[in-house]
Design a protein around this ligand. Structure first.
Ligand code: LMR
Ligand code: SF4
Length: 513
């Protein structure tokens, strides 16, 4: 097993940086279905470019490289203890080299272990099989989409859909609701794995196992196949679209599994995975640990389609304004912006996410934030040999988590723009109006695309929060994002949520008798 660790390392790098063929095909297909020139189509173009960039740069597709979860099949008698040790070493090495973000955080102290190792991380499951080779599968599922997982206990009363009973139709309603409740926050268009039955733990486990099926896999159970097809045909009618911007494509895949349950329990568990659906696997020689083959067709065989008509320049001029802003930004400049405008930012911006927002409520900052831009982002950073920090991946994180703090912090520090993804709520919208600020939605997962706009690291504060949570001061050039909440009380997110709830109501009638 001389090569086992090296093979696992290669698997991690491939999974983090190169989306597999079936996922690429699903995204290419989504681009064909989306109306050209719309925000959703433009976002898909950025996503497609980002996928190619990640492969070329051998850098993370998304900065959130997720909870590394390994599913391993070994011949009877293989030494799992040695394998586990080498997996941990491979994870640590991949983290050091910026292929994985430092993602393992002590839940009580908030301390980042710095190497992705710690109680419960990574997740490693072993199983034996009758074959002579070893299979190692890996999924890197990020925290934002993980937060949009949902578990239903039937019977239930579901918003927009009414009663969901303990039958196939009740399950159908749960799945439709699961897609609705995710909105754009899990970086739609997404893939869902559904687990019917089990207990609360095994139900979620079953849901996640479904994510290992390829996008074109057909369910051998005819009832479940019908359910999967129904969801694929109908979920897109909710109109949530890429990143929740509204649009034709909300779901890229739906796979359903079933297991027995207790008489008293009836769980439907849904695992939501963003478009950055990073899963891969290797088949290894059990003697040497060398790679014999890949479990999924590799991404390199499927190019992301270049669709000239979907390029930004092709969008109808009347539909979009592009405004270039240099930081610091004035209130006057902000008040001119409307939902739908594209803003291109140049100058110094600052990252800040969960730890920083909580901290700033009661504390001051070492930097003047008047007229500033706060970027909800936890980047992947590496230090060069010369000791300079380099941005390796830096897309937005889900903003709604900062909802309890954001409005107060905008006012306290004079912030003029917040960049994030998925939108924010009523409290923030009121503060934007009050103070004169905007919310800018960047494309979730497009970590390579944004990293190239971040030209220089000017400094960093609060490193004690760990790399993703620290406050990075970054010089940016040409950072484009869309105004989705303006200073006049308009929110695209509120609008899409309202419209999609109305659409959800149209799925109330029984389909599966
Ligand atoms: O943690 C992050 O950087 C992003 C996260 O996956 C999210 O979607 O919010
Ligand atoms: S930022 Fe979006 S693409 Fe990245 S892990 Fe989170 S949900 Fe997935």
């Amino acid at each position: 097993m001389k090569h086992f660790q090296e093979s696992v390392y290669k698997l991690i790098v491939e999974t983090s940086t190169n989306l597999p063929a079936d996922v690429r095909k699903a995204i290419n297909e989504a681009r064909r279905q989306e109306d050209q020139g719309t925000r959703a189509a433009l976002s898909l173009t950025t996503i497609a470019n980002n996928i190619e960039m990640a492969e070329t740069n051998v850098s993370p597709i998304c900065q959130d490289t997720g909870m590394p979860t390994f599913i391993i099949h070994t011949p009877v008698g293989a030494n799992q203890l040695i394998m586990k040790k080498q997996i941990l070493q491979a994870v640590s090495q991949a983290t050091k080299e910026g292929k994985l973000r430092e993602n393992s955080v002590d839940s009580l102290t908030g301390a980042n272990s710095g190497d992705n190792l710690g109680p419960g991380t990574p997740v490693i499951h072993f199983e034996q099989w009758e074959r002579d080779d070893i299979e190692v599968k890996l999924i890197l599922k990020g925290g934002g989409c993980e937060n949009k997982n949902i578990q239903y206990s039937l019977p239930a009363e579901l918003p927009g859909l009414g009663k969901a009973g303990r039958d196939l139709d009740g399950i159908r309603k749960c799945i439709m609701h699961a897609v609705y409740q995710a909105q754009g926050q899990g970086c739609s268009a997404g893939f869902i794995g559904v687990g019917i039955g089990g207990d609360r733990t095994s139900g979620y486990d079953l849901a996640k196992q479904q994510l290992f099926r390829t996008a074109d896999d057909v369910n051998p159970n005819p009832e479940l196949r019908k359910l999967e097809e129904y969801v694929m045909d109908n979920a897109n009618k909710l109109g949530i679209g890429t990143m929740g911007f509204g649009g034709q494509v909300t779901l890229l895949g739906c796979k359903v599994g079933v297991m027995n349950r207790l008489p008293a329990s009836f769980f439907v568990s849904v695992a939501y995975n963003c478009w950055a659906f990073r899963r891969q696997g290797v088949l290894l020689n059990a003697e040497t640990g060398e790679i014999n083959g890949w479990a999924y067709d590799r991404g390199s065989d499927v190019a992301m389609e270049q669709d000239e008509t979907a390029q930004a320049d092709a969008a109808p001029v009347s539909e979009r304004r592009e405004i270039v802003l240099q930081t610091p930004i004035s209130e006057e400049q902000i008040r001119e912006l409307r939902v739908g405008d594209v803003v291109v930012i140049n100058g110094l911006i600052h990252t800040g996410r969960d730890a920083l927002h909580k901290y700033l409520m009661d504390n001051d900052t070492p930097v003047d934030l008047n007229g500033s831009v706060i970027y909800h982002c936890g980047p992947v950073m590496v230090k060069t040999e010369e000791g300079e920090w380099q941005v390796k991946a830096a897309g937005p994180t889900t903003s709604i988590r900062e909802e309890p703090y954001q409005g107060d912090i905008i006012k306290k520090f004079g912030i003029r723009a917040v960049i994030g993804k998925g939108g924010m709520g009523a409290k923030t919208l009121a503060a934007l109006q009050d103070h004169g600020a905007v919310y800018l939605n960047a494309i979730g997962g497009a970590a390579q695309y944004y990293a190239q706009c971040l030209k220089k690291v000017e400094g960093v504060d609060y490193m004690e929060f760990g790399i993703p949570e620290a406050m990075w001061h970054l010089q940016c050039e040409g950072f484009a994002a869309i105004v989705t909440m303006d200073s006049h009380g308009n929110s695209l997110h509120a609008e899409v949520d309202k419209n999609s709830l109305e659409k959800l109501e149209t799925f109330k009638e029984t389909v599966f008798k």
